[in-house]
Design a binder for this molecule. Structure first.
Ligand code: AMP
Ligand code: MG
Length: 487
């Protein structure tokens, strides 16, 4: 079905270590992303039973060659020289319809040489969460790994309690992380490091090969993609939750969805993850953390760069600092879109700051606010105005803000600006309580709510009745305040 190639496996061990999946008891297909499979060049798609065998790891997919990847990482600031794929296997790469090489990886497929104490398995809950959130991000046009398949294993995995197990298949531009570079660097093996860097340049940043210093150009390119990525996350309230260096993609995609969640009531300090005790990965800390991660990346590249001594350090530091203007430029563009303003509007930043502060004070739901503002822009009447004002606890303050916004805004419904505004402001996000609801139903054997929610979040700008129902913020009783790691 997929025409696998195996370029990464030609890198020296232990960047890639041949490893087989451990079969599961009774694989059953939950979901298969046929349109993604087609984009990966699949001509015909086999029946569900075969897909379940393949995407659980029970039967090898023709031409796949499975291996676990080595990487290191700073976890919550502490360096661990060897992490690696403890429960994941790279099956190989596929050249997609756009000519882009993309990894296909099983997650939850059993123990590997990098498993340490872990069982190599995934509970069903995190598999469903990753499926929903990554497909939503893709529909929003935000760089992300994709969901290709999810299969229940028919086995229990024991976490706090026994839970049903599952295997997830994801597709990524690559699974190379900042932690992969740290892994090579920590081994003090410059040949290994250079092989990795050259692979990345050839695969992701071919233009860097022609730069005066290709490794500096590589650093600059990764900084640029990360700056855009984090700005885009924040424009829809996404909180990754575990921005460790091993979860920071060199290809600039959102990767390793764990206890991630979307902010509901606007609060810049928001944290959901139960393991983020120090609030290191709070919503508004994400740009600083991305920069910190990129600084760790830069450190690994220093031995390969041309410059020497202080000038070398200065050059790398400048490259990292460049994150800030790139982040701000993207943020400014996104803010203008969200508010329906012209891209070069100099009011976008100040209006957004005022609105954010108001959303915080007025306890407003971020997604509902921008959706209501978009509807108000589409048809400015009493009804749409009241719907917006009903979201705040301080309507008078919001009325004052709306006056300023109306003076600045130029959008109308048949306008290109309006289209940009609608596309910056989803009708629906995968809200925590909805995700939890579909997980709870799945644990009872009912996957219908998962499929319903998936269909809706994969079209986040559609305004169907179902979308509006599932888009509604949690009531006090429904709120989910904590998310847990997939492990
Ligand atoms: P994560 O929190 O999923 O990003 O994983 C952090 C590290 O722990 C990675 O090296 C994973 O491969 C490893 N890991 C997570 N869960 C398991 C598991 N159930 N068995 C083995 N290794 C795991
Ligand atoms: Mg990870």
């Amino acid at each position: 079905m997929l025409q696998f190639e195996h370029l990464y496996s030609t890198l020296p061990e232990p960047l890639w270590v041949a490893t087989q999946a451990t079969p599961v008891a009774q694989p059953e297909l939950i979901a298969f992303n046929a349109s993604l499979a087609e984009a990966l060049g699949a001509k015909e798609i086999p029946d569900s039973a075969t897909l379940a065998q393949w995407f659980s790891g029970n039967q090898p997919i023709p031409h796949a060659k499975s291996g676990a990847l080595g990487y290191a990482g700073h976890q919550f600031g502490n360096f661990v020289p060897q992490l690696g794929d403890g429960r994941a296997l790279l099956l190989g790469e596929v050249i997609d319809q756009n000519g882009v090489r993309r990894d296909v990886q099983l997650k939850g497929s059993g123990r590997t040489p990098f498993s340490r104490g872990g069982d190599g398995r995934s509970p069903l809950g995190p598999v469903l969460r990753e499926y929903l959130v990554s497909e939503f991000m893709a529909a929003m046009g935000i760089p992300t790994t994709r969901a290709l398949a999810a299969v229940t294993s028919g086995e229990r995995v024991v976490r706090q309690l026994p839970e049903p197990g599952a295997v997830f298949t994801r597709v990524a531009s690559s699974h190379i992380r900042v932690g992969t570079f740290q892994f090579a660097a920590a081994r003090r093996d410059e040949a290994l490091l250079k092989a990795l860097a050259d692979h990345v340049i050839e695969r992701h940043y071919p233009e860097a090969a022609n730069a005066e210093d290709p490794y500096l150009a590589l650093l600059e390119a990764v900084v640029a993609l990360q700056a855009v990525l984090i700005a885009r996350w924040m424009s829809i309230g996404f909180i990754h939750g575990v921005m460790n260096t091993d979860n920071c993609s060199i290809a600039g995609e959102t990767i390793d969805y764990g206890p991630c969640a979307f902010m509901e009531q606007f609060d810049p300090k928001k944290v959901f993850s139960s393991i983020d005790q120090g609030k290191r990965y709070a919503f508004d800390n994400q740009p600083a953390i991305a920069q910190w991660n990129l600084a760790r990346f830069a450190e690994t590249l220093l031995p390969l760069m041309k410059e020497e001594g202080d000038a070398l350090v200065e050059q790398a530091t400048d490259a990292i600092r460049h994150f800030e203007p790139l982040f701000s430029a993207e943020q400014r563009r996104l803010h203008a879109d969200k508010l329906g303003l012209a891209a070069d509007s100099d009011q976008a930043m100040s209006l957004m700051e005022a609105l954010e502060s108001h959303m915080h004070q007025g306890r407003m739901d971020m997604t509902a606010t921008f959706d209501a503002l978009t509807q108000y822009a589409a048809s400015p009447n009493d009804e749409s105005r009241e719907a917006l004002l009903a979201l705040t606890t301080q309507p008078n303050e919001l009325i004052a803000w709306l006056d300023k916004w109306q003076q600045a805004q130029v959008v109308s419904q048949d306008d290109e600006r309006f289209t940009a505004m609608r596309h910056a402001n989803p009708v629906i996000i995968p809200r925590n309580h909805r995700v939890q609801e579909v997980i709870d139903a799945a644990y009872e054997g009912d996957f219908a709510p998962f499929h319903t929610l998936l269909a809706v979040v994969a079209k986040p700008f559609d305004e169907s009745v179902e979308a509006r129902r599932l888009a509604a913020p949690a009531t006090e009783n429904e709120q989910v305040l904590r998310t847990f790691c997939g492990t």
